[in-house]
Design a protein. Sequence first.
Length: 411
Amino acid sequence: MGFNTELLHGTKTGDPVTGATLTPVYQSSAFFQPSAEQHEKLFHNKANGFSYTRIDNPTIAAFEERMTVLEKGVASVACASGMAALSNALLNIVGAGDEIVTSNSLYGGTIDLFHDLEAFGITTRFVDASNLSNVEAAINEKTRVIFAETIGNPKLDVTDIPELAKLAHEHGIPLIIDNTVATPFLVRPIQQGADIVINSTSKYVNGNSSAISGVITDSGKFKWDTEKYPGMKTYAKFGPFAYTAKLRNGLFRNIGACMAPQTAFYNLTGMETLGLRMERACDNAMLLAATLDLLPGVTVNYPGLPSSPWHDTATRMLDGKYGAILTIRVGSKEKAFAVMNALKIPMIVSNIGDTKTLIVHPESTLSAHSTEQEKKDAAVYDDMIRISVGIEDVDDLIQDFEEALSGAGVK
């Protein structure tokens, strides 16, 4: 099946009893069992079924199944937010005394999380992951995971997933990839060698900013060394589902950052148009970037432009498109604010992946808690505007930006 056909027909949805074409919202906190014996089996993983929505729910399960098919994994776990998904994914295999090696070109909130983990005895080593020798130099006997974003936010560097996965596996370490900005429409990291994939489904998967959520998808391919990862010893019997079984039976269940059934429903309906929305948004971003790149006083960063340092990697890694986000630099923070305030169509919002074009000033918002060095590493500048391009008519967007830039004195 092609991408859109598989998205719509790759899993069973709806309700066969009533004939409903959409999976119902099972807005129930708990589910009764026909016998005490059945209830016991559920809690000992000896039977299928639902008992409590914090652990599992039919609507959420339908969403997880669709994400599993979309990302080509074996299982998915849906969480209350993208940050909850990231936290659960890491803490499932990383503990006190362990280390993480990560790209330094990350979303500001992710950098903040890595610093929060320091209180639990977990050290993160930030490196320029575009140079594999930097990554390898940071790996030691305490390293338990390598982490990167498919497309850095907002640096827009593109990770060479096959090469990074090869390096990780040579050292017996799993590679976790945040695929939020690219989405499975552009690349499926598991097919490129990644072991675990995270999506903040509040973004493109949902598509219209109606719900906060995240999801973890396990490839089932990583061979867990139970000496290096002793917590996996109990779950090795689950084979390719070991990572997910450990997560569901421990951290995920006990922390309780579960997705709401209504959110799962919003995501199930929103994601049906993911392919169409991404195709239009990526095309719009390419045209907008190419147009703004010709204007004096504007510096454009977009992987689709030949001027991007990551253009060749993006051309090789991504599926014929280059994403729906670009950044522009306009000379000063004052001019950046003036441009943002003058724009009529884009909305000033700290989000991406909406049907509408969204803009933000990362230096004063998303990276507000980052150090000056961290901002520099992530290519966050005080004169930069991040643009998450929507599905509007691109001629209207181009005209709006040209007028706003001219009015703000960018020339």
